[in-house]
Design a protein around this ligand. Structure first.
Ligand code: FAD
Ligand code: NAP
Ligand code: SF4
Length: 674
């Protein structure tokens, strides 16, 4: 067996987990939806059927003060527990265990009743918390305990106590947020009392045959977080208090260091869990940016942890474990860690899904069932929209031909994958290539389709997925030899000088700047380089992993100036959970941001522009245009006029604010009902 460590059962004494893979806790927003529990049950059941050993649910609050947002999921009564039975029954049909995560948001609660050890507002939420009184702390411990007892009643095999990511328990532990002077604050032994009391009380109330996972913040990545010695002390106390398993938490939500974004190297933090293995004897779980079986196996084989927790990879592919077992890695729909449809949705109070798998969290309404009538379908354009449409249609039994004028499938993903930190985009193209093979899609590459090629064809349906044309702004001198488009730079690899202006600050402007600011190996492919660039101390001598550590940035090989006409911060329209990372990376590379400009002309001198009514010139070697896109849909009208049954998807449909999430979703949904 290729992945023998992954598939070695784990004996917990009173129960056995069938493999070493945990589906980690993830809030999906389904919890708060109408018919949410039915939808969650379907969502978890699909993952259980897919072979995962243990599921940890999204966070459930033990009381109202602990809500993540108004009316978020809570378990504090028998009625709540009865409802959850649907979930546990669905999962248990497939020999998978399920634990409920108890999450008290503390000052991260996005509501006016939130509480914390001290009345200090978090930098990422608008509500200042109330300071918990001593009686409130005791009540909180009782609420955690009651919640765990109710979860047992609901059929859960255990609970996970959320003690990391900067939530209430973490807020008590760290000096950063705990300024109390009573016996719940001050010395570390006081600050760590809350988690220990909670675990002890839950163990007493639930008996010996109940899994208690404690999610321990092993690396806070914020100022005035825990030192390694403190983390170890807590881990030992938690073990003594009766926890079954310790899970690794990395970074508070307010930390300004990326921990799960696509630019974080795979398995970037398992060394932290490995260090803890020397200190405790109960099983340890590691996580963060583990998305493929080979990485998971390597982490287990080198003894970094006893189990692997993956969350987003199970949105991307519910069958991940079964495919790994069958050694069909190339069939795995890999999570590219973009956050675009999962975390970004949750932060916007929208139901989560997945960019590469629009069925995620929509299992009850989006299904790829066999077609009633087999059709002959042409898909023009093999970008994300076309690849999704072609493969879903073919999976349903249709006879599909996929055309692209390029020599490979992937569309703009072939450009995106070359950006340092976006290497995961290769995986999506690999996945679709395999789906094309599995479902017998006929692929015609190097074939530019003209309307006359299909006007009198016998295709029942024609799907136009021809994407976009880069916008060419009307600036005097736009044809000057200094001017390059992002396609010239990224695809045609035209040489770029030492000083450049980038026109446009959308996703592509940022990506082009990132590309130009790097030379040599991408830091995302080398854990040690990446840790140094973000100032993380691997020796763990620095408190919180970061205090007083200097970043070691490789300087940009060129001077870069990024321009936009509008007001407001740069990258404001990028992903909610990733925009700050892009901004921060470019700042480290000393990219300069210039906004509120009007472009006058481009000539031998460089870029002429007006800012604050003042005419300025930036002497640059090149001006790179990243000014958005317009739909490329020249085939639509003639084919419609010829009476063909035409559908338009992706960029060819609407280019504005188009991303791969919309392209894949639109392609998959069309193919699901065609
Ligand atoms: P495209 O990907 O443009 O595909 C269209 C395809 O049609 C092309 O392969 C083209 O060759 C083919 N074609 C056109 N005309 C014909 C014809 N007549 N005959 C045959 N073939 C034809 N999106 C995100 O969501 N997240 C990101 O992080 C992200 N990063 C990006 C980074 C870069 C550098 C770039 C360039 C794009 C990025 N995008 C990102 C955007 C994303 O790639 C696009 O939104 C997506 O590719 C659009 O998909 P599509 O299928 O509509 O079009
Ligand atoms: P975009 O996000 O629409 O940005 C276009 C930029 O060009 C804007 O900054 C705009 O700024 C400027 N612009 C627009 N019209 C202009 C004109 N006529 N003259 C000069 N400047 C002009 O488009 P994009 O950067 O090409 O990205 C395309 C899509 O790909 C995006 O919608 C995005 O979702 C997706 N994408 C996502 C990511 C990601 O990381 N999630 C990365 C890359 C791409 P001003 O109007 O202020 O000048
Ligand atoms: Fe992974 Fe992106 Fe899907 Fe989220 S949306 S699960 S990060 S691929």
């Amino acid at each position: 067996m290729k992945y023998k460590h992954i598939f070695e059962p784990l004996d917990l004494g009173f129960t056995t987990l069938k493999n070493r893979i945990i589906m980690g806790s993830m809030h999906t927003g389904l919890e708060e939806e109408k018919n949410g529990l039915e939808r969650i049950a379907a969502y978890y059941e699909e993952r259980a059927k897919g072979g995962v050993g243990l599921i940890v649910t999204g966070g459930i609050s033990p009381n109202i003060q602990g809500w993540t947002g108004p009316f978020s999921a809570r378990m504090s009564s028998k009625k709540h527990a009865r409802h959850h039975k649907k979930i546990t029954d669905a999962v248990h049909k497939h020999d998978t265990k399920i634990c409920m995560q108890i999450l008290h948001a503390g000052r991260y609660g996005y509501h006016p009743f939130n509480v914390a050890p001290s009345a200090i507002k978090s930098p990422i939420t608008p509500f200042k918390p109330f300071k918990l009184k001593k009686s409130g702390i005791k009540r909180t411990i009782r609420d955690f305990t009651n919640c765990a007892k109710l979860s047992k009643l609901a059929g859960y095999d255990g609970v996970e106590v959320m003690g990391s990511e900067g939530y209430l328990i973490n807020q008590f532990i760290a000096e950063r947020t705990n300024k109390r002077t009573d016996d719940w604050g001050g010395a570390y032994k006081n600050r760590m009392r809350l988690p220990v009391a909670i675990v002890k009380s839950i163990r007493e109330a639930t008996g010996d045959d109940f899994i208690i996972i404690y999610r321990l913040s092993m690396l806070d990545l914020v100022e005035k977080g825990s030192s390694w010695q403190e983390v170890v002390q807590l881990a030992k106390e938690i073990e003594n208090a009766g926890a079954t398993i310790i899970n690794t938490g990395i970074g508070w939500h307010e930390a300004r260091i990326p921990t799960i974004a696509t630019s974080v190297p795979r398995a970037a933090f398992t060394w932290v869990t490995k260090k803890m293995k020397e200190e405790v004897s109960i099983p340890l779980v590691t996580s963060n940016r583990i998305n493929m079986p080979e990485t998971a196996e390597k982490v287990l084989a080198q003894g970094d942890a006893d189990m692997i927790s993956m969350a987003r990879p199970f949105l991307a592919d519910p069958e991940w474990v079964n495919k790994a077992k069958a050694e069909k890695d190339d069939e795995i729909n890999t999570c590219i860690a973009c956050n675009q449809a999962c975390l970004d949705h949750v932060f916007l109070q929208k139901v989560a899904s997945c960019l590469v798998n629009p069925r995620a969290c929509h299992e009850t309404e989006l299904n790829y069932t066999p077609a009633n009538t087999i059709k002959k379908i042409a898909v023009i354009g093999a970008g994300p929209a076309g690849m999704a449409a072609a493969t879903v249609a073919a999976q349903r039994g249709h006879k599909v031909t996929l055309y692209d004028s390029d020599s490979e499938i992937g569309g703009q993903f072939n450009i995106a994958k070359q950006i340092p930190g976006k290497e995961e985009f290769y995986e999506t193209i690999r996945y679709f290539n395999k789906q094309i093979e599995l479902h017998n899609v006929t692929v015609k590459l190097n074939t530019r389709v003209r309307a006359e090629d299909l006007e009198n064809s016998d295709f029942d349906d024609i799907i136009i997925a021809t994407g976009i044309k880069p916008r060419t702004p009307k600036i005097q001198g736009i044809n000057h030899e200094k001017v390059l488009s992002y396609i010239d730079v990224l695809k045609h690899k035209k040489p770029v000088g030492k000083k450049v202006a980038v026109i446009g600050a959308g996703g592509i402007g940022f990506d082009v700047s990132e590309y130009l600011a790097h030379e040599g190996e991408s830091p995302s492919l080398n854990i040690d380089t990446w840790l140094k660039e973000w100032g993380i101390d691997k020796t763990m001598e620095a408190r919180s992993g970061i205090e007083d550590v200097d970043e070691q940035i490789h300087p940009s090989p060129r001077e870069i100036f990024m321009f936009k006409r509008s007001k407001g911060k740069f990258g404001g329209k990028l992903g909610k959970t990733t925009g700050w990372i892009h901004r921060s990376t470019l700042k480290k590379k000393k990219v300069q941001f210039v906004n509120q400009v009007q472009y006058s002309k481009i000539d031998d001198e460089g870029l002429h522009y007006v800012q604050n009514e003042e005419q300025k010139i930036l002497h640059v070697d090149n001006v790179i245009i990243c000014a958005g896109q317009t739909p490329f849909k020249e085939l639509v009208e003639p084919l419609q006029a010829a009476g063909m049954n035409v559908h338009v998807i992706g960029g060819a449909d609407v280019a504005a604010e188009l991303d791969a999430k919309r392209a894949i979703n639109q392609g998959s949904r069309l193919a699901a009902q065609i």
